[in-house]
Design a protein. Structure first.
Length: 331
């Protein structure tokens, strides 16, 4: 087996947002530690799933990788270039190769622009194509995502949520990117439409050799579409590994808790399962706990968890976890 080619390498990525006041308006300067030192690689042609609770920093991580948010620290290596060091024209030259499909298909499309204008905008900015060439490309992209090319003069409000997300996918594909970040692309859609969008993403990946970072809440969908899974909590990675290893033999107690919350369609199996319930609320990213960030909700927490930050280490081949107590018997 040949070694997989790394397309994106994230090294100790940090994104902190400064705050001047606390939740009740008192002056208290500090930082929201949205992303707090994460490292991983994305291989060419794969789909890496990024999961975790709301507010854990998944979307911020995706936007920081694409430099929509400039990082506080760390590096993002894409096609051999450190994106964090690029500015202006240099960064603009890399952008056609990496795109994003946003979560809300209602908010991510300008309501004052027609579908044709929305999809052709990247072509207008990054290429020198004529108007006729751009129109041909728009029709080609609409057909590619399963929409009628003759609808290019309509406005976003004339489409359903699933159709709008297809328009968002078409816009992301306009410049033939290699890497696409899908930021919860199905969470705002009806269940009946979610599978259609996911199948579209899979078909496009197979056809064009795309590489995805798939950010999601739905662990069942992540298991379906992703080849590897990364689990994030309070700005840090708790676990990273091959899909089946993470789902069948999770190393981190937080991953076990997330998986136990996924319902099983078999009532007999559901009755036999022992849920790994979490206590308490997620701590504030402005004032995270000492040591292991997860210790305040973990049933395994001990004195070492308070004193030391667990290393994100390789426990099994290709399977990483940040916990003082792995591997454990039976995990």
């Amino acid at each position: 087996m040949t070694e997989q080619e790394v397309l994106v390498r994230v090294e100790d990525l940090i994104k902190h947002f400064p705050v001047a006041r606390d939740a009740v308006g008192r002056r208290r300067p500090g930082h929201i530690r949205a992303v707090d030192g994460i490292s991983f690689e994305i291989y060419r042609g794969e789909t890496l799933g990024l999961v975790g609770e709301s507010g854990c920093g998944k979307s911020t991580a995706g936007r920081t990788i694409l430099q929509l948010y400039r990082p506080t620290g760390g590096r993002v290596i894409f096609r051999g270039k450190d994106l964090t060091e690029l500015k202006g024209r240099e960064l603009r030259g890399v952008r056609p190769h990496m795109q994003m499909v946003f979560q809300d298909p209602y908010a991510s499309l300008n309501p004052r622009m027609t579908v044709g204008q929305l999809i052709s905008e990247p072509l207008l900015v990054h290429t020198r194509q004529s108007r006729a060439e751009r129109q041909r490309r728009v029709r080609e992209l609409l057909e590619l995502v399963g929409l009628d090319p003759d609808l290019d003069r309509r406005y976003p409000h004339e489409f359903s949520g699933g159709q709008r997300q297809r328009i968002g996918v078409a816009r992301a594909l306009a410049l033939n990117p290699e890497f696409i970040i899908c930021d919860e692309p199905i969470s705002a859609l009806d269940v009946s439409v979610q599978a259609q969008v996911v199948n579209l993403l899979e078909d496009l990946q197979e056809r064009f050799g795309l590489t995805y970072l798939f950010i999601a809440h739905d662990l069942s969908m992540v298991r379906h579409i992703c080849t590897r899974v990364a689990v994030m909590y309070l700005g840090k990675l708790m676990e990273l590994g091959p899909r089946e290893a993470v789902y069948n033999r999770p190393l981190h107690p937080y991953t076990r808790a997330l998986l136990s919350a996924v319902p099983v369609p078999d009532p007999d199996l559901e009755a036999e399962r022992e849920p790994a319930l979490l206590t308490g609320d997620v701590p504030s990213p402005a004032d995270p706990p000492s040591g292991c960030f997860f210790r305040t909700r973990c049933s395994l927490a001990a004195d070492i968890c308070r004193a030391e930050v667990p290393a994100f280490r390789e426990v099994r081949p290709g399977h990483y976890a940040a916990c003082h107590f792995v591997p454990m018997e039976g995990w």
